[in-house]
Design a protein around this ligand. Sequence first.
Ligand SMILES: *[C@@H]1O[C@H](CO)[C@@H](O)[C@H](O)[C@H]1NC(C)=O
Ligand SMILES: *[C@@H]1O[C@H](CO)[C@@H](O)[C@H](O)[C@H]1NC(C)=O
Ligand SMILES: *[C@@H]1O[C@H](CO)[C@@H](O)[C@H](O)[C@H]1NC(C)=O
Length: 537
Amino acid sequence: MRQAIVLRFLVGILVCSTVSYVEAEDPYRFLNWEVTYGEISPLGVKQRGILINGQFPGPTVNAVTNDNVIVNVINKLDEPLLFTWNGVKQRKSSWQDGVLGTNCPIPPNSNWTYKMQMKDQIGTFTYFPSTLMHRAAGGFGGFNVLARSVIPVPYQKPYEEFTVLVSDWWKKDHKELQNILDSGAPFPLPDGILINGLPRSSSFSVVPGQTYLFRVSNVGLTTSINFRIQDHTLRLVEVEGAHTAQEVYESLDIHVGQSSSFLVTVNENPKDYFIVASTRFTKPIFTATAVLQLAGSRSPASGQLPIGPTYHLHWSMKQARTIRWNLTANAARPNPQGSFHYGTINVVRTLVLANSAENINGKQRYSVNKVSYQNPETPLKLADYFNIPGVFTLNSIKDTPPADPAVLGTSVIGTALHDFIEIVFQNNENTMQSWHFDGYDFWTVGFGSGQWNSTLRRRFYNLVDATTRYTVQVYPNSWSAILVSLDNKGMWNLRSAIWPRRYLGQELYVRVWNDEASPYTEYDIPANAILCGKVKK
Ligand SMILES: *[C@@H]1O[C@H](CO)[C@@H](O)[C@H](O)[C@H]1NC(C)=O
Ligand SMILES: *[C@@H]1O[C@H](CO)[C@@H](O)[C@H](O)[C@H]1NC(C)=O
Ligand SMILES: *[C@@H]1O[C@H](CO)[C@@H](O)[C@H](O)[C@H]1NC(C)=O
């Protein structure tokens, strides 16, 4: 009798643990991407594009929090290729980040499989090829991570969602643009601007009176855009994985590499309306239009396009400050985002990173604190893992802008896992900048004009409800400041999202490290890792 009870008890435990094991296994999504050249003509001129499974732009990835997303990339181009997942946080695994500092590129006519988990994240992101100037020819797409059904989103459930990709565009293909940069000539102005790959004719079918979620990303190379919809307002609900205070805007600036999502309640009046994306801070201004097509519409979109800002830098900076965290809203987990009191944490290190245009050995380059980045033949992450000397040295870049002449180099900043740091992007140039940090979201605590100094930190930072994001803009002759909790071990790319600048050296890596080798802090090298450079044996 007694034995039977004990036995049942044991069986109970076994059954329970089996069940919980099954529940702990998160769903898998398998994607197979064949990447090829193909003819496209977004601006009416035939040109060579980069297609994924025959599509330009590439397919939208839709995943749910904690999903495993497995992407087998088959490279049918004539050049080595990598994709990076802009804003999708590779937790404990810079091995999957898809940049030349972490991965050997996928050679032509071969394939490589990315294995990523959408652990504890929601949000609107993008992907694109990180190699050479490939993304100038396509290969980009939307990457949405939706909340699990058990976690309510802090806004009205939309009737439907739209993924909207806005990009500046050139009639020259990626190799022609690369040749321009390699020759040292200035990068040309774009020839136009596209919404989901088309300058005029993208359309979004909607039902009057219903509310839609627009996930809008700037996947362009150089140009900030302003987005607006005729006779409609945009209620901002999310930027790059953070739920925002739901401010209502007539139009919204989205800088290169950034994503925002907003709710749009469609007018009851059944006519079509213009959707407009126009370039910011450029002369001339380029404009793309799409159509909000209402069910039962009796007239095509007509009338004046809604007016947007053109130069108006301060307008943009002011708008940036209105984008705030919703402290009581959840994100991927049920607990409120604001329960992490970032403003009360001690900053242990301040990095001031200044971008500059340089002439090095007679060629146009761009640098960060006077170092213009050059990719070594061996990815930094592999060199680190296999203890190969001579690939990089830590702190090969100064914490603040030096007076030294600019040099070519392989900049890696060494930091300790769990440090809480401040990064100030100081832009003393007359052009717009945009910075992206892989593996991290960060608090965008301050935007200001002129030279940053530590007095400004105390006076002008938002230490209460600044939103987190992955990409921050820096206005001409201005600074932007972020706070980052370095909680993700790995080798992480910190780069200009302005692609010609990144191609010519405006990037670096941040090595976030502790000496404990443990899968709790970082996953081991993937079994399928491609080897190259000094690691090739
Ligand atoms: C290449 O694709 C095949 C399936 O077609 C797969 O079995 C293999 O693991 C892939 N190779 C790599 C290195 O991921
Ligand atoms: C913040 O999110 C909550 C839901 O958690 C919502 O009720 C509230 O309206 C939001 N606040 C703002 C300012 O958007
Ligand atoms: C910091 O910058 C502000 C605004 O530009 C300026 O008024 C102040 O004098 C500066 N402080 C220092 C210590 O340089």
